[in-house]
Design a protein around this ligand. Structure first.
Ligand code: GCB
Length: 595
């Protein structure tokens, strides 16, 4: 699926702005056909945004079920004869879409785009109604999973095992765009080097057959550096300027479908960063050079807008990553907005791209580890074949969306799943295989929790990199940093010896209440956060297999209520409004020193 783009053969119109909005508390909208007319009793809602925190009302925040969105859009007469597509960059978690009176799309999964050809359903030269029922319910057949509980008083409550608030709504832009009837439908590029020559393999998919297919590659200055004919082929760029961490150099590939007379029927511009990624022994190589990940597990989260994409916040967050000396982040725990990946591509920021498969572990709830008897997460009424089907689809949609991005160097298929019972292997082997089949160019991993230690985890060998989330000194032995240091080192050495793979510590840190200070470091103080990072860093620096450190987390974020959460998760190095905690200055010294 190609993203909407303006160009000689394509035009797009953004549907962002204020939409009409109504919660469907009684669940009657679908039977009553709310899409057939202007939504009654509607209020304004901004798109993109989560709807939960816009109005000061717990009923809105905690709503479970359908939320109805509606807008009107003028379709110009000049679009007649074109194909018109309605595209949602994301609708969290499920969407049903109507154009005027016709249902045009359904989609499952809250963090990947979907679209519908709506040509036949639009009236040109008129206002057209677009209505969406966005549903936020999670079950064991969704990614992420959850369960809806009905309380004795009739209220419905969404339960889930992941540690971030279940924000919902139209979180990303919505587009109406045109393409010619005969159009490009996909472009795939992969890159390698032949000495100092960049080698770009490309493939164009189209809706039908054109007389000719042509590609032109231009450098950042707009100068043509290579051309080729054919729907598949290879471009060679002598003295190529590689894409590299800190140097987001991008070429632009213009792909065109041409008629016999050479007329351009459709064309599309695709950015290309020429780089390679490889796992060799215990090293993670980008362009053949060892790479050390410095950065964060990050969320899309902010006050009021929830998970709604916001360019202001995005640019600020990247500026903070730069300020602190980070070179990378993980999109924890779902695919981020495409604007963020564009930015990472352009600025040479390295990304671990993660699916929304979080909370597949009954032994962890809301980020907190249970200490009682262990239960297996895999069962017909828990994580099951249905979950796996949704999980595979989540992988396919993430890879289809981000396959051409140079910034993405590693796929993470899940966060902290139950990886100890034998069923975990049956569950994960097909996921690892499918990810590799779809993309043989990038390594594959998942983030492991301490509940799956080296001698008990049954799936680590299926993956290329060990991504470990560790909380010694916090959830395990809270406050005891001396024991934390020993336990962490012992465990990391076991992993290294057993698997001989690179290790990235994808989470470590401590909840920290900003402004809480102490002379002797104790949990929740700013001093303790700084100290626990020091302890971990000492261990990382002693172990060759460690090729990366991602602190949990970039900024404080909203979670479901819980006694372990004080207005959300407070492990941020920045507060939710992006003020630095003491540890920010400390990290900056370490990360900038190693630049
Ligand atoms: C984890 C989870 C993350 C939580 C974090 C915490 O292991 O991967 O989603 O937010 O711990 O703070 O508990």
């Amino acid at each position: 699926m190609l993203r909407p783009q303006d160009g000689p053969t394509r035009e797009r119109r953004s549907l962002t702005g204020l939409w009409r909005f109504r919660l469907d508390a009684g669940g009657t909208g679908r039977t009553e056909g709310w899409w057939r007319a202007q939504l009654a009793n509607a209020v304004d809602i901004p798109v993109p945004a989560s709807y939960n925190d816009i109005y000061p009302d717990a009923v809105v925040r905690d709503h479970v079920g359908d939320a109805w969105y509606q807008t009107s859009v003028w379709v110009p007469d000049r679009w007649v004869g074109q194909r018109v597509v309605l595209r949602f960059d994301a609708a969290t978690h499920h969407a049903t879409v109507w154009v005027n009176n016709t249902e045009v799309a359904q989609h499952e999964g809250g963090y990947t785009p979907f679209e519908a050809d709506v040509t036949a359903h639009l009236q040109p030269g008129a206002e057209n109604r677009v209505t969406v029922a966005v549903n936020n319910e999670l079950s064991w057949s969704t990614i992420p999973p959850g369960t809806v509980e009905e309380l004795p008083d009739g209220r419905r409550v969404q339960r889930y095992l992941h540690d971030f608030f279940n924000y919902a709504g139209l979180h990303r832009p919505v587009w109406l765009y045109t393409t010619p009837l005969l159009h490009l439908s996909d472009i795939t590029v992969t890159t390698t080097f032949d000495d100092t020559t960049g080698v770009i393999d490309y493939r164009m998919d189209s809706s039908g057959e054109a007389a000719r297919c042509r590609v032109v590659l231009r450098d950042a200055a707009g100068d043509e550096v290579a051309t080729a004919d054919g729907a598949n082929g290879t471009l060679r760029v002598p003295d190529v300027h590689p894409w590299a961490p800190g140097d987001g150099y991008l070429y632009e590939l213009e792909a065109s479908l041409l008629s016999t007379s050479g007329e351009v029927l459709d064309s599309y511009r695709q950015t290309v960063g020429v780089r390679t990624v490889e796992v060799r022994g215990q090293q993670f190589l980008i362009n053949g050079d060892p790479f050390y990940f410095k950065g964060f597990g990050k969320h899309e989260d902010a006050a009021v807008r929830g998970k709604g994409h916001d360019d202001v916040l995005m640019v600020h967050d990247f500026a903070l990553l730069d300020w602190i000396g980070a070179n990378s982040f993980r999109t924890a725990h779902y695919p981020f907005a495409e604007e963020i990946l564009d930015y990472a591509d352009r600025h040479g920021v390295v990304v671990i791209g993660e699916t929304a498969a979080v909370g597949l572990n009954l032994n962890i709830g809301g980020g907190v580890f249970s200490s009682g008897r262990r239960v297996s997460t895999f069962a017909p009424d828990r994580v099951s074949d249905d979950t796996q089907r949704a999980h595979l689809q989540a992988i396919r949609e993430l890879l289809a969306r981000d396959k051409n991005r140079p910034s993405v160097v590693l796929w993470s298929v899940a966060n902290e799943p139950d990886d100890v019972p034998p069923e975990a292997r049956d569950y994960f082997a097909p996921l690892a295989a499918e990810t590799r089949r779809l993309d043989p160019t990038r390594p594959v991993a998942y983030a492991n929790a301490l509940l799956g230690p080296p001698d008990e985890c049954v799936v680590a060998d299926l993956f290329d990199v060990l991504m470990l989330n560790r909380y010694y000194g916090w959830y395990f032995g809270p406050g005891d940093l001396a024991s934390a240091e020993t336990a962490l080192e012992t465990e990391l050495r076991q992993w290294a010896e057993l698997h001989h793979k690179p290790i990235i510590i994808t989470e470590y840190g401590a909840d920290t209440y900003p402004g809480l200070r102490s002379l002797v470091p104790s949990p929740w103080t700013e001093e303790f956060q700084t100290e626990i990072l020091d302890v971990y860093h000492r261990v990382f620096d002693r172990i060759d297999a460690v090729v990366g450190e991602h602190v949990w987390t970039f900024a404080d974020f909203a979670t479901a209520p819980g006694v372990f959460r004080v207005d959300g998760n407070k492990k941020g190095i920045f507060t939710r409004d992006r003020r630095p905690k003491t540890a920010a200055f400390h990290l900056r010294i370490r990360w900038r020193k190693s630049e």
